[in-house]
Design a binder for this molecule. Structure first.
Ligand SMILES: *Cc1c(COP(=O)(O)O)cnc(C)c1O
Length: 368
């Protein structure tokens, strides 16, 4: 039958093409490439979308994590806790500011940080003095159990960075990323729920001090005067063309998110009697389905079968971070984070994008 890609970005671009081209043309005519109104307006509008006071655009989602850690003054000698089943950027950022990364395992049903495991981890430390922050990851579009995670963070005086690269518009108890933690980081990589025409990222926060620090760090450590640098920072700015693209697309994001949710519902319904575990949504949560991930015992066979039918799928992620060659130096062994390890062998991400058709979903499910 028909070939079905894992993700199709062109459907959505066709809807916004003219609007975006006009804006880009305007920016080029005015040679307005860095900063300016498009960036300022996008930051205002994205902060509003997140229900937070402040937003700072930056180069990408990985930089956003680095900037958040630096703004929280985390570095050499500090330890930061995250989960093993995430994209490497989450852990990379910690190492890149000179701190040490450590992991706690995830919940069996939502694949997000398990507050109980976090609590036990902290209880079992001789000293928690060097543990400075936790980075829960709102994986696949669903927020981690932030109510419990925040309680533990407060008990131990830990900062919280919400890695929200996959969770634009996700909610838990009516709150969005950035409303629970000290700061939330976003990626606008083209395939994310809100995607630029290249690399881009942002941070949101309700903390004015953090906002000012991040803004300074992202622009070579300068605040107001052009060649006066308070600290050494980074060149990690959101450029005007990307901001213009994001502003246009932000107007459609809720509509597109509702389409994703509708598609997930179609999948859920078509898969009721199949031998796969469909996504579990937390109570009072809005899952925005960056990815629609199911669990299957014979994952690799299933993936091959789908591939034979010309249906593309993904695995997010096939190797937990503690078993990655890049983290061999941390000395973890197989079996240390059993849930992440088991999950990595059973998960498969099915095609998902807003305009994916009901008939395509039906066809995909017929092979499962
Ligand atoms: C995409 C992603 C990032 C990194 O974002 P980039 O914009 O690609 O740097 C970080 N964390 C998670 C969970 C992601 O999915």
């Amino acid at each position: 039958m028909s070939q079905i890609p894992f993700m199709d970005l062109s459907d959505c671009y066709n809807q916004v093409y003219d609007e975006i081209m006009e804006k880009i043309g305007h920016l080029i005519d005015n040679t307005r490439f860095i900063g300016g109104e498009e960036v300022n307006k996008f930051e205002e509008e994205f902060a509003e979308y997140c229900n937070t006071e402040y937003c700072i655009g930056c180069g990408n989602g990985t930089d956003a994590l680095v900037l958040a850690l630096r703004a929280l003054e985390i570095g050499q000698g500090d330890k930061v806790i995250t989960v093993p089943n995430t994209f490497i950027a989450t852990a990379e950022a910690v190492t890149n500011v000179g701190a040490k990364v450590d992991f706690v395992d995830v919940e069996e049903d939502t694949y997000t940080m398990d507050p109980e495991k976090l609590q036990n981890y902290l209880k079992n430390q001789d000293s928690t003095d060097n543990i400075k922050a936790i980075i829960p990851v709102h994986l696949y579009g669903q927020m981690a159990n932030m109510e419990e995670i925040m309680k533990i963070a407060r008990e131990y005086g830990l900062k919280v960075i919400e890695d929200s690269a996959q969770a634009h518009g996700a909610e838990l108890n009516g709150k969005r990323p950035g409303e629970y933690g000290d700061i939330a980081t976003f990626s606008f990589y083209p395939g994310k729920n809100l995607g630029a025409f290249g690399d881009a990222g942002a941070l949101v926060t309700n903390n004015e001090g953090l906002y000012k620090k991040v803004k300074m760090l992202a622009n070579h450590g300068r605040l107001e005067e052009k060649y006066k640098h308070r600290v050494e920072g980074y060149n990690s700015r959101l450029d005007s063309i990307q901001a213009a693209v994001l502003r246009v697309k932000l107007n459609y994001l809720e509509e597109w998110t509702e389409e994703r949710i509708k598609n997930a519902k179609y999948y859920d319904d078509f898969l009721t009697d199949k031998e796969v575990v469909t996504p579990v949504v937390r109570k009072n949560a809005r899952h925005v389905y960056h990815l629609y991930v199911v669990r299957a015992n014979k994952r690799d066979e299933l993936r091959n079968e789908l591939s034979n039918e010309d249906i593309s799928t993904g695995i997010h992620y096939p190797i937990p971070l503690h078993l990655q060659p890049a983290y061999e130096y941390l000395g973890y062994k197989e079996g240390e984070f059993p849930i992440s390890e088991n999950v990595s062998e059973e998960i498969i991400s099915l095609p998902m994008w807003p305009e994916l058709s009901n008939s395509d979903i039906k066809e995909i499910c017929s092979y499962l």
